[in-house]
Design a protein around this ligand. Structure first.
Ligand code: ADP
Ligand code: ZN
Ligand code: ZN
Length: 733
C-alpha cells in the first residue's frame, strides 16, 4: 500500500481569496515546512508562495494537482506567530492571504532569493596555536593573524581596508593558518551591557505610567501626554525593561520625517542592535533587518507601518508612537491599519502594547473610555518647559502679506529679535492652489482629474497633485486670450517668498514634499535649524510631527479654516489634532512658547471648545457627536470602492453589490447602506471612482455580511472586469 500523498496548501501572490494545493516535491521535503517558501507553476507562470498548511487530502481532484517545484527554505521564512497574524489580517480585512503575506515579505524574499552569504576568514586551529613570532619575518601575514585574533572574523573588504591584500590571504589559506567562513552579519554581542547612557530620572507622572505597565500580559496602554511631556522617555525605559529580560521590542513610527530623530534617541540610549525598517531603505537592508529580527540578532526594530509584520524570535513589547497618525493606515492593496494589527499581535503574544500620542484618535480614546484600553496620562511637560500661549488672529478685513496679517508679522519679528526661531505651518504645497482668468473666470484644471492645477514657482509650472500631471503655465487665457491670468489662494512657496521679502536677513527654510524628496534632504534642513540661529521654517504637516526644535518659540498656523468646512466627518478631529500637534512644537525648552492661529472664522465653536477645554475633553465630545450620527468609532465603516473609465460600470457594479448585500442583511437600526456615491474627487487619472458605504453597529454583523457578500462579488462578471476593492475600517469617505 502506498503512503497517502503529502499535499501543500500554498498562499500565492494573486488577488484571489483562497489557497492552492500542490503535491510536495519528492526531493527535499520536510514535515516542518509550514511557513516556508515554495516555488510552483501557476498557469504559465512560476510563482513563489508560502506553505500555510499540509494535509493528505484535497478538495480538488488529485489527478489535476501539480507537484511543487522546490521548497526554498529549511526553516520557516514566516514563523508560525507571524503566519497566524497574517491569517488574522486576511480574514479581518477580507483580503487575499497571498497578498497579505506579500505585504509582509521584503521583496527579495518574495522573489525567492536569500540573503547573500558574505564569505569571510577566520583562524584555523593551527592558526590559533601559532607561536607569537612564527611569522615574524612576514609582517603582513602576522598583521592578518593578529587582526583575526582580535576580531574573530573579517571580510575581504575589511582586510583590504587594513592594507591586507588578496595574495596575503591566499598564502595563509594555503598554509592552513586561516580558513573561509560565512560571516555572521549581526552577531549578538556576548557583552550584556544594555545602556549607552544613563536613563533620565523620571518625573512622578512618568514613573506612575511606567509602573502601570505589566510586562508579561497583553494590555493596550494609551500614553496620552502633551507634546514634550516625556512620552519618549517612558518608551525608552519600557524598552530597557524588555531588553533586560532578553526580549525584543518593536517601535512603530509614522511615515515621514520622524524616523531620524526617534532612531537616534534609541541608538544613543541602547548599545544593542537597533534595526530600522521603512520604505526608503534598500531591499537588501530591509531583508537583513527582517532576518536579524527573526533570528533574535536585532534587539529593537524601529519602523513605519510595514514593520508591523516583521518576524521576531521573542517579542516582548510593541510601541506605537503618534498612534493617531494617518500613515498607519495603508490606502491601497492590503488596506490594513498598522496600529490595529499591532494591537492584535500584542494580544496574540500576550505582551503589552503602548499607544502614544498627544492627540489620541477617537477610536483609541473610545476604547479607553470603554475600558478596553488602559489610559496613562502625562499632563505636565517634562523639564522646564511650560505649555504655549495660544491666540486666535482674526483675518477678516486685514491687510495680508503672503497670507499673514500685520499682527502676525509683528509677532514673528519679536521672536526673531529675541534670537528665537519661528515655524509657519500651511498644509498646502506649491505657490498657489489655483490659476484663473480675471476676465472670463477660466480656471486651470487637470484634464484627467476633477481638480484644479496648483501653480508652482520653482520650477515654474502647473501641477496636478492627484495624478502628477504637469504642464507649462499659459501666457494668456486659453479661453478668452486675455493676458490677465491671476493666481489665488496660498501655498508654501508663496509664504516662503513673502517671508524672505519681509525678513531679508533671516534664513527661511521650506519643508514640504517638494524640498525634501529624500530623508536626507530633510536631515540637512534639520541640522541647519538645530544650529540654533534665528530662522523661519515654512512647512506642511511634515513639520507638525514629533520634532524637537529647542529654539522654536513661535508657531503660526497660517490657515486654520481649511479643516472647518470639509465634507469629511473626520475633518474636525484632524483639525484639532493638527492644531495641538503643531502648537506643541513651540517652546519645548525654557522659553515661553506662543501660537497664533489665523482664521476668517475665529468665532467658530471648534476653536473655542478646543482652546478652552483642551484636546481630551474636546475629543470626548466629538465621540458623542459621532455616536448620534452613526459614525466611527462607535459604528464600523466599510467602504467598497469601484473605479472605471466609464462611470456607469462603477455605479452598476456597486448597485449590484448593494442589492446583494441588502438581500443578505437588510438595513436595520444597526445596519445601513449609503451609495453608490461619487468619491470626494470623482475623477482621478481619467477614472471615475464610486463608493458604497456599509455601516454596522456590531463587528460580527459586518464580518458575516462581508464574507457572504464577497463570495457573490467574486463570481460576478462585471466585478471581474472592473477595478474594485474593499476597505474595512476605511478612512476615506
Ligand atoms: P514627548 O515624546 O512626549 O514629546 P520627550 O520624551 O521628547 O516628550 O521629552 C521632551 C523633552 O523633555 C526632551 O528634551 C526630554 O529629554 C525631556 N525629558 C523627558 N523626560 C524627562 C525627565 N524625566 N527629566 C528631565 N527631562 C526630561
Ligand atoms: Zn479668460
Ligand atoms: Zn490630475
Amino acid at each position: 500500500m502506498s503512503n497517502p500523498p503529502t499535499i501543500l496548501n500554498v498562499a500565492l501572490p494573486v488577488p484571489l481569496r483562497r489557497t492552492f494545493d500542490y503535491f510536495a516535491p519528492k526531493q527535499g521535503h520536510t514535515s516542518t515546512c509550514i511557513g516556508c517558501r515554495v516555488r510552483v507553476k501557476f498557469g504559465s507562470q512560476t510563482l513563489v508562495g508560502i506553505i500555510t498548511s499540509i494535509s493528505d487530502t484535497s478538495e480538488y481532484e488529485l489527478s489535476k494537482l501539480k507537484e511543487a517545484e522546490e521548497i526554498l527554505d529549511e526553516t520557516p521564512c514566516i514563523p508560525p506567530e507571524l503566519l497566524d497574524l497574517c491569517l488574522w489580517g486576511a480574514k479581518y480585512y477580507h483580503h487575499a492571504l497571498g497578498e497579505v503575506l506579500n505585504t509582509a515579505l521584503p521583496k527579495r524574499f518574495r522573489e525567492g532569493l536569500h540573503i547573500p552569504v558574505i564569505t569571510g576568514y577566520q583562524l584555523t586551529q593551527e592558526g590559533k596555536g601559532l607561536s607569537e613570532n612564527a611569522l615574524k619575518r612576514a609582517k603582513k601575514q602576522q598583521q592578518l593573524v593578529t587582526y583575526l585574533l582580535q576580531n574573530h572574523q573579517a571580510s575581504a573588504q575589511e582586510l583590504k581596508e587594513q592594507g591586507i591584500s588578496h595574495s596575503i590571504i591566499n598564502t595563509l589559506l594555503e598554509k592552513h593558518i586561516i580558513q573561509e567562513t560565512h560571516l555572521i552579519t549581526a552577531p549578538t554581542s556576548s557583552d550584556k551591557k544594555i545602556l549607552n547612557e544613563p536613563p533620565l530620572p523620571l518625573t512622578n507622572e512618568q514613573e506612575a505610567a511606567l509602573l502601570q505597565i505589566r510586562f508579561h500580559h497583553y494590555c493596550t496602554y494609551v500614553l496620552e501626554g502633551a507634546t514634550g511631556s516625556g512620552k519618549t522617555e517612558v518608551f525608552l525605559q519600557a524598552t530597557e525593561r524588555c531588553l533586560r529580560a532578553d526580549k525584543q521590542v518593536l517601535v512603530l513610527i509614522p511615515e515621514i520625517g520622524l524616523s531620524t530623530q526617534t532612531v537616534s534617541r534609541f541608538r544613543r540610549r541602547f548599545s544593542g542592535s537597533i534595526e530600522v525598517l521603512h520604505s526608503n531603505i534598500s531591499d537588501l537592508k530591509r531583508a537583513q533587518a527582517w532576518q536579524a529580527a527573526r533570528e533574535g540578532n536585532a534587539q529593537v526594530i524601529i519602523g513605519t507601518r510595514l514593520a508591523t509584520m516583521t518576524p521576531f524570535k521573542d517579542l516582548g513589547l510593541i510601541i506605537v508612537d503618534e498612534e493617531h497618525d494617518l500613515s498607519y493606515k495603508q490606502q491601497d492593496g492590503f488596506r490594513y491599519s498598522a496600529r490595529d494589527l499591532a494591537i492584535v499581535r500584542a494580544n496574540k503574544n500576550n505582551i503589552p502594547i503602548i499607544l502614544g500620542s498627544a492627540t489620541p484618535s477617537l477610536e483609541t480614546l473610545h476604547n479607553a473610555i470603554q475600558g478596553k484600553y488602559e489610559l496613562l496620562r502625562l499632563t505636565k511637560r517634562a523639564g522646564e518647559a511650560k505649555p504655549p500661549k495660544i491666540q486666535l488672529a482674526d483675518l477678516r478685513g486685514q491687510q495680508l502679506t503672503g497670507g499673514l496679517s500685520s499682527q502676525t508679522l509683528e509677532a514673528v519679528q519679536k521672536h526673531l529679535n529675541n534670537a528665537n526661531q519661528v515655524l509657519v505651518f500651511l498644509n498646502r504645497r506649491g505657490y498657489a492652489p489655483s490659476l484663473l482668468c480675471h476676465q472670463c473666470g477660466w480656471t486651470a484644471s487637470c484634464r484627467s482629474c476633477d481638480a484644479k492645477l496648483t501653480l508652482h514657482q520653482t520650477p515654474f509650472h502647473l501641477h496636478c497633485h492627484h495624478c502628477d500631471f504637469q504642464c507649462r503655465v499659459p501666457h494668456t487665457c486659453p479661453s478668452c486670450h486675455s493676458p490677465s491670468l491671476v493666481h489665488s489662494g496660498l501655498g508654501t512657496e508663496q509664504l516662503e517668498e513673502a517671508l524672505k521679502e519681509t525678513f531679508p536677513r533671516i534664513p527661511v527654510f521650506r519643508v514640504d514634499r517638494d524640498t525634501t524628496q529624500t530623508v536626507k534632504g530633510f536631515s540637512v534642513i534639520l541640522a541647519k535649524v538645530n544650529e540654533g540661529k534665528p530662522c523661519i521654517l515654512v512647512g506642511t504637516q511634515m513639520l507638525a510631527k514629533g520634532h524637537h526644535l529647542s529654539k522654536l518659540t513661535l508657531v503660526v498656523i497660517a490657515d486654520a479654516d481649511q479643516g472647518l468646512f470639509s465634507a469629511d466627518f473626520r475633518s474636525t478631529e484632524r483639525l484639532a489634532q493638527q492644531i495641538v500637534q503643531v502648537a506643541g512644537r513651540a517652546g519645548r525648552e525654557n522659553e515661553q512658547g506662543e501660537v497664533i492661529i489665523q482664521s476668517h472664522s475665529p468665532d467658530h465653536p471648534t476653536f473655542k471648545e478646543l482652546l478652552t477645554k483642551g484636546y481630551h475633553r474636546f475629543a470626548r465630545k466629538l465621540i458623542e457627536e459621532r455616536s448620534h450620527n452613526h459614525l466611527p468609532p462607535i459604528w464600523n465603516l466599510t467602504t467598497i470602492k469601484a473605479e472605471s473609465k466609464r462611470a456607469e460600470n462603477a455605479i452598476e457594479l456597486l448597485e449590484f453589490v448593494r442589492t446583494r448585500a441588502m438581500a443578505i442583511a437588510p438595513p436595520s437600526q444597526k445596519l445601513n447602506y449609503l451609495g453608490p456615491i461619487p468619491a470626494p474627487i470623482e475623477k482621478v487619472n481619467d477614472r471615475f471612482r464610486y463608493y458604497l458605504q456599509i455601516k454596522t453597529l456590531s463587528h460580527e454583523t459586518k464580518s458575516r455580511l462581508l464574507t457572504e457578500l464577497l463570495k457573490e462579488i467574486d463570481q460576478n462578471a462585471l466585478a471581474k472586469r472592473t477595478r474594485w476593492s474593499i476597505d474595512v475600517d476605511s478612512y476615506e469617505n
